[in-house]
Structures are given as C-alpha cells and as structure tokens.
Design a protein. Structure first.
Length: 598
C-alpha cells in the first residue's frame, strides 16, 4: 500500500502539472510502482538557499520544472506585494542564460508578475547575470530574477533573486519568500499562460538602456585607454559555451583593446556544454584545455575565461618555460585588489584611505587585510557568498564610504560598487587593463606582479579544493565526527597532524573558542556546515559545504610578514596541513567522497 502522504503528493502533482513531459515522467513512475523514487521527487520540496534555488531539472518538488517555477513565482510576488507598497509602479527585472528551460522559465516568471499588475523589465535575449542587479539600480526596481545555474553541470538550473538594493537576498527575505511559496502551491488560473507577453504594456525591454549605461561605466573606470590600445599582449577569451562572448567582445572594443582570440569550439552558447562537463574556469586545466590550444596557435600570452553566466573570471598566463600558470581565485583577488587601489589613488591623489573599503569572505585569502594594513584603508570579512559582501558594501556606501573591491576565492570579483555582486565582464576588463599596465609601465608579467605584491605586503600561501558527495547523511557524519573527535577532551580536534590547534570556530552551531563568551562574531547558520581551525603555527583551515553544489570544500592558508619569506618552508607546512585535513578530518574513503575531476 502506498502511504497516504505520498499518494496525496502524487495526486496533487498530476492535477497541477500541465507540462506533458514532467507529468508523464511521474505517471511512468506510478505505473512502475517506483515508490522510493516518487518519495525522493515529491516529498522533498526545494527551499531557498543561496539567493534562491538551484537544482537538477526534472519532475517533482525536489527538482526544477515548470510547476516549481510557477509556485516559486507565485510565492515571490505574494511576498513582494506585502513588502513593497510601490511594487506595481517600480516593477522587477528578469534575465536568463543559455541553459535548457531558462528562456521559457523567464517567460513564465514575467507572465506571473505582469498578470499581477507588476511591470517587468524582461531581457529579450540571453544576458550575463550581472545585468540583472545592474538593471535593478538602473530602473529603480523592487527586485530582480535571473534564471541560471551559473557554472553547474548541464542538468542543473536555478532561480536567483536580487532585492531592491541590487544585492542578493538575505534573511529574513528568504524565509518570508519560502513561507509564501508554501501558501501558494496551487497554480493560479493564469499562471501557465504566457500569451500576456505578446501585447502587455507592462513588459519592457531593459537591454538598450543597460547596454548604454553599463559600458559607459566600464569606460569611466578605465585607467588609461591608450595603454589598452597599445598593448602587445594578445588575450584569448572563452565564455565556456555561455553568454559572455558578445558582451566581453563589446567591452574590449569600448575600452580600447584589440579583439581577443576566440576559442571557436566554446564561443557559441550551448546548454549541453559539449567540451566541458564542469563549465567552471575554477576547475583549472581540465576546463581551459581548448583555450590553451587556441592561445598557443595565436601566440596569445593571457587567457581570460568566464563561466556560463559571465559572473566569474578565470585567468591563466603563459610562462617563459612554455607552461601555463592558472591563477587561483585568491591570486586573482590579490592582483585585482592591488590594481583597483592603485587606480583609485591615481584618480584621487588626495583621497583619505580611511573612507575606502575592501571586502572578502571568511574562507578567502587575507591578502586584502595585509594590503589594507599597509595602505591605510579598511578591510572587512564576511560569511561566504556575495549575498553577504554585497549587502555589507551597501552598508558602507550608505555612510558615504567608497567600496573599491570585494572578492571570494571561488573566482568571484566585484570591481566597484555596481553591481553589488560578482561581475565577470567588469573583472575581465580590469584584469586586462592590469596586464596592459604591467607590460608597458612596470615591465612585469602577472606572475611577477603577484610575487611583488607578496614581497611588499606579506606572503600568503593557500591550498583550496573540494570533494564531491551526493549523500547528505555522509556529510552529517563527517561534521558530527569533527565535533566529537576521537580522543579529544574538548570535542573538536586538538591537533592537525603534528600541529596544535589554538582555536576553533563553528558557524553551524555558533561556537568560537577564541571569544570570551564562546560566541562567534560572524552570523551563524544551522542550514550549512562550516568549521574553522586556527593552528598555533598561524595556519587557518576551514571545512564547509557548498550552498549550490554537492561539495565538501576545504581551505587552508598560512601568512607571513614581507620579511619572513621562506617560500619552500611555507609550502611544506601548508601541504602537510592539507594532507591531514583530507586524511584525518575529511576521510574520503570512509565517507564516500569523490575527488575533484582532473
């Protein structure tokens, strides 16, 4: 006998779902009496996480499909109607990437809001994710929605929400939206009908104005367009089968650069990502092979790569020995942080550093803190994710402060205050301008400049990576073991290999042994796992779960003062710490964790 709860869920789905494909998939499972799979698909509903929802496309409440998108929009418009008095005057922005279903879900989204009397600035074609938060500020809207799964594999998609400040939503909005979704599960009479988009005056095209404003903004930020035009460096760019090609091409043009070398097999949008199963420049060589081939054929010295929705930036440089140096997110953060401070001082020679801020996350390199300490501006640390950094940046801006830069180690960079989110196009141009400056003014490569930054501000050596797991229970076992570590008198591990642990911070349960009251300064969240170990040798190591992917990530960094450089010794220490994090703390073989693809 099928239990009553599951049968109710089946009946409800078949009653409400008007998409023939997903409805038939549920019907086939019912016919096969595959109750276990039906429970997985129907009894676990998507909940708002990192600024929205992201999941595999398919039938049922646990996946993304037409019905879940409709329910999500019904809940969102209901919540926004309660929060914003002027929702029907100010409207929202809606964008979409090149993934399967992104266009149709953007249309469903726009239709539901328009049928509710809300103006919708709907991009008429695929656009970069940064164009949505940029458009919110440009048009003074109440919110923005981007249909994207960013760099996830091809079977995933997502529904990303930005608030009226142009930053990703944070609590309590996520909980409020979720509650309204659960109130509005039954599709409204008009929710499946997108015909309103054909003639409604509430549908507006934001693209011409955003293109004009955004690219003027890029040009206004330029250090020296003549340096850009004169550089002998050839750049190779890949959008990873995503939306970035035409938008970065236009950015190169307006900022004075010669056209970049194209990666022919990756330049066109393709939702199946035929050349990269993990379309993320952060994956390193396995994601950049084709770009390296194109660069070698064109004698190009620098590779720039966006992920499929163009909000992240990867960078690689050809070394004198012919090998490629793929920069980590922390290294790109060091380069861009130094560059944006240099540009700001150049344009504002009488500036007061005390009014300037840079921001990074708790798991990113502390190189910005070192630069800030020497240069006199402020550095602030937040929880992981741009939803925290974007909203923190807005706090400072409301006080009249200048926010120059924010970054996270996962190759996300916010260069300037618009938008209040990571932007792979702006970061791409800023990095290219740094290359042009270094070539003509300092006569250095990016790799040489990175060493110069370390020798000036202090050496920061990092080891970051991840393991894959699709079993939430194994994740719980892993982190519960770290809180009840074998042989420990304090619960948490007391050593990492031979290195004593000085303090532990657990942002899941709200514990920090370094604080008098044992309470952490940063916010806590029971919905995600994150434990940081502060070793007596100065190394900081963090383990956490990803908010958007089935990953357990680890991060380790050791820092020294500029005159304390012994690179080989630091590298040996961090490598040993990394080994013990993996073998002693994560235990991949015991917990069924799969290594990062090579």
């Amino acid at each position: 006998m099928t239990d009553k709860i599951l049968q109710t869920a089946i009946d409800q789905w078949l009653l409400w779902d008007k998409n023939e494909k997903t409805r038939q998939q549920i019907e086939e499972l019912v016919h096969k009496k595959d109750m276990e799979q039906l429970r997985i698909l129907l009894l676990d509903r998507q909940t708002f996480g990192t600024a929205g929802i992201r999941a595999e496309m398919g039938p049922g409440n646990s996946c993304l499909n037409d019905l879940v998108i409709i329910q999500t929009n019904q809940g969102l418009v209901t919540y926004m109607s309660r929060v914003f008095d002027q929702l029907k005057e100010k409207g929202i922005v809606v964008g979409f990437d090149a993934r399967h279903n992104s266009h149709s879900w953007a249309q469903l989204t726009a239709s539901i809001f328009i049928n509710h009397g809300v103006p919708v600035y709907l991009y008429p074609k695929i656009c970069p994710t940064p164009f949505v938060p940029y458009g919110i500020i440009e048009f003074g809207c109440c919110a923005g929605i981007m249909i994207t799964a960013s760099h996830n594999p091809k079977n995933d998609n997502g529904f990303k929400v930005y608030w009226n400040n142009g930053a990703q939503i944070v609590s309590p909005h996520d909980k409020g939206i979720q509650a309204c979704i659960e109130e509005c599960l039954e599709p409204w009479e008009t929710s499946w009908d997108t015909s309103v988009l054909q003639m409604s005056p509430l549908k507006k095209d934001p693209l011409p104005q955003v293109m004009d404003s955004y690219y003027k903004y890029l040009v206004a930020m330029s250090y020296d367009r003549q340096l850009n035009a004169n550089t002998a460096i050839k750049f190779t760019f890949t959008p990873m089968h995503g939306v970035g090609e035409e938008y970065v091409e236009h950015a190169f043009s307006v900022c004075g650069f010669k056209p970049f070398v194209k990666v022919e097999k990756q330049k066109d949008p393709d939702p199946d990502f035929p050349t990269v199963p993990f379309p993320n420049p952060e994956e390193g060589k396995c994601a950049l092979d084709l770009a390296m081939q194109a660069a070698a054929e064109a004698h190009s010295g620098v590779i720039l790569a966006n992920d499929p929705d163009a909000d992240r930036l990867g960078v690689a440089e050809k070394l004198p020995n012919g090998e490629w140096k793929i920069f980590t997110g922390n290294e790109i953060g060091a380069l861009l942080g130094w560059w944006l401070w240099h540009c700001y001082k150049h344009k504002n020679p009488q500036c007061d550093p005390n009014d300037v801020y840079m921001i990074s996350t708790a798991v990113s390199s502390k190189i910005l803190a070192a630069i800030a300490k020497k240069e006199g501006f402020h550095f602030v640390e937040t929880l992981t994710g741009f939803k925290w950094m974007g909203n923190k940046a807005e706090e400072f801006m409301k006080k009249g402060k200048t926010v120059l830069f924010a970054f996270e180690e996962a190759i996300g960079f916010m260069c300037g205050p618009r938008p209040l989110d990571k932007d792979g196009i702006n970061a791409c141009i800023r990095l290219a301008e740094l290359v042009a400056y270094l070539e003509q003014i300092e006569k250095r490569s990016l790799s040489e400049k990175l060493l110069n930054i370390y020798s000036t501000y202090g050496y920061h050596v990092n080891r970051n990576s991840y393991y894959l797991t699709h079993d939430p229970e194994r994740i719980k076992v892993l982190f519960n073991r770290l809180r009840n570590f074998p042989g420990s008198s304090i619960g948490y591990p007391e050593r990492c290999g031979t290195f004593p642990i000085k303090h532990v911070r657990d942002l899941t349960v709200g514990y920090d042994s370094s604080q008098v009251n044992k309470k952490p300064i940063l916010p806590t969240s029971k919905s995600s796992q994150m434990i940081t170990f502060y070793l007596e040798n100065g190394c900081v190591a963090t383990l956490r779960t990803s908010g958007t992917e089935p990953k357990v990530k680890y991060y380790a960094e050791i820092c020294t003062e500029p005159d304390g450089m012994d690179w080989a010794a630091l590298d040996e220490i961090i490598s040993t710490v990394e080994q013990h994090i993996i073998e002693d703390f994560m235990q991949p073989s015991v917990n069924g964790l799969l290594p990062k693809p090579v």
